[in-house]
Design a protein around this ligand. Structure first.
Ligand code: FMN
Length: 406
């Protein structure tokens, strides 16, 4: 794995979290194979691809191992995704925002649109999940539902949506608005937006298209459902003009630290990103999010907490620390000051000032203690891209959801 890619992993009370509940173990997990390992103890890994350097990574673009045009070179992303897939990572993750200043991180200044990029990655990979960031504040649900459903079809059932609400107030100016939405509106829109998108994904039942030439039946109109949603923020009639996808409902990721953000995550997310700076804080965040999810009538086992880390990998701890120092431009006070000035000048929002906490460790010790990663149920080994022959998945479509936001 390229050490410049940030890694998302899951930590739970000193153990590793799992994507799915103990009652539905991964097809390749120990509980299925009959070994002595405890069921469901699987490490889930995602790689965040930052190209020439995201927040806090001001010297990344100087690294001779990284092409200076990495952020816009689809071949670079495909190679990283293939590397991650070979290393049995569960997903690659594309962050995004839509407002920049000259002081924005290098990667942010010029980067590819997430779903366009993930569609290209999809046809060059086979198993790995493809998670793209899309804001609910500056997109319409119909458009989002269609794009993600298209990615799910193109990838054979590997699409995930990182739901964000855009922390950058400046984004408003790129969408004809004088002001950014306030918190209550941002997150009110987000919840309704996601529910509408999920409703649209249920527009067709999985057997809606018999495509039976002998019987002259292309599609079964009783298996098509209109949404007819009219809510506080959106009015969407539907149905979606795309048949049910391999996953039916692409995976929902979310990251938000405010009261409103946590509430949204507890309502909708199957995986929640956090930048908790310590294990104890990650555990506390997990405890709180599970309690919130339970209070909303959800099974806490279905909410995965995914802390972000930036591992620096070397043969010894000292080498790793030296490498980290070099990447950050040394321990020079002037450099640190300049970096912090660059960060704060870019924006005041947490979305773009967020810096993944860096962790250093020596490779051998870590490798010895880490459990074997496995793939998620919803991106199973059998879920294939159009490059492979079959497109079967082991996941059964969910029961139809109400379009009414909770
Ligand atoms: C791991 C991680 C990844 C994030 N990725 C994005 C992103 O790609 N785009 C974005 O606008 N915000 C992103 N955010 C920011 C969150 O969406 C959120 O705005 C931020 O955590 C502040 O939370 P709040 O909106 O509840 O105040 C990310 C946050 C975390 C922790």
């Amino acid at each position: 794995m390229d050490v410049r890619a940030d890694v998302c992993t899951g930590v739970q009370e000193g153990q590793y979290v799992r994507f799915y509940s103990a009652s539905t173990p991964h097809p390749g997990s120990a509980s299925n194979s009959g070994s002595a390992r405890r069921p469901g103890r699987t490490l889930k890994l995602g790689a965040v691809l930052f190209g020439v350097g995201g927040p806090g990574q001001h010297t990344t673009w100087l690294d001779p191992d990284i092409p200076t045009n990495a952020s816009v070179d689809v071949r670079w992303y495909i190679a990283r995704a293939q590397q991650a897939e070979a290393a049995k990572f569960d997903h690659v993750f594309i962050v995004d925002s839509q407002f920049i200043t000259p002081d924005s991180p290098h990667h942010y200044l010029s980067r590819l649109e997430p779903l366009t990029l993930l569609s290209a990655i999809a046809v060059h990979t086979h198993h790995i999940g493809l998670v793209g960031t899309i804001t609910t504040s500056y997109n319409e649900p119909f458009n989002v539902a269609r794009r993600l459903a298209s990615l799910d079809h193109i990838s054979g059932g590997r699409a995930g949506w990182n739901v964000v609400t855009s922390g950058d107030a400046g984004t408003a100016g790129n969408y004809g608005r004088d002001e950014h939405y306030d918190y209550a509106t941002r997150y009110g829109r987000a919840l309704e937006h996601v529910r509408v998108v999920q409703g649209l994904w249920d527009s067709y039942e999985s057997d809606a298209f018999p495509r039976d030439r002998a019987r002259g039946e292309f599609f079964d109109r009783t298996r098509q459902h209109t949404l007819d949603h009219r809510g506080e923020y959106f009015g969407v009639v539907g149905p979606l003009n795309l048949e049910r996808t391999p996953q039916g409902q692409p995976v929902i990721f979310q990251a938000g630290d405010s009261e409103e953000g946590r509430d949204l995550g507890a309502s909708i997310a199957e995986a929640i990103f956090t930048h908790a700076p310590s294990l104890a804080q990650a555990q506390e965040f997990r405890r709180e999010m599970r309690a919130r999810a339970a209070a909303k009538g959800r099974d806490p086992e279905h909410v995965l907490i995914v802390p972000g880390i930036s591992p620096v990998i070397a043969d010894t701890d000292a080498e790793a620390r030296a490498k980290d120092d070099a990447a950050r431009g040394g321990r020079s006070f002037e450099r640190a000051l300049a970096n912090s000035a660059v960060r704060s000048a870019g924006t005041t929002s947490p979305a773009t000032t967020w810096t993944p906490p860096s962790r250093t460790w020596a490779t051998p010790a870590r490798a010895a203690s880490a459990p074997t990663p496995s793939r998620s149920r919803r991106w199973p080994a059998s879920a294939t891209s159009p490059c492979a022959k079959s497109s079967s998945t082991s996941w059964t479509p969910s029961a139809r959801r109400s379009s009414v936001p909770r």
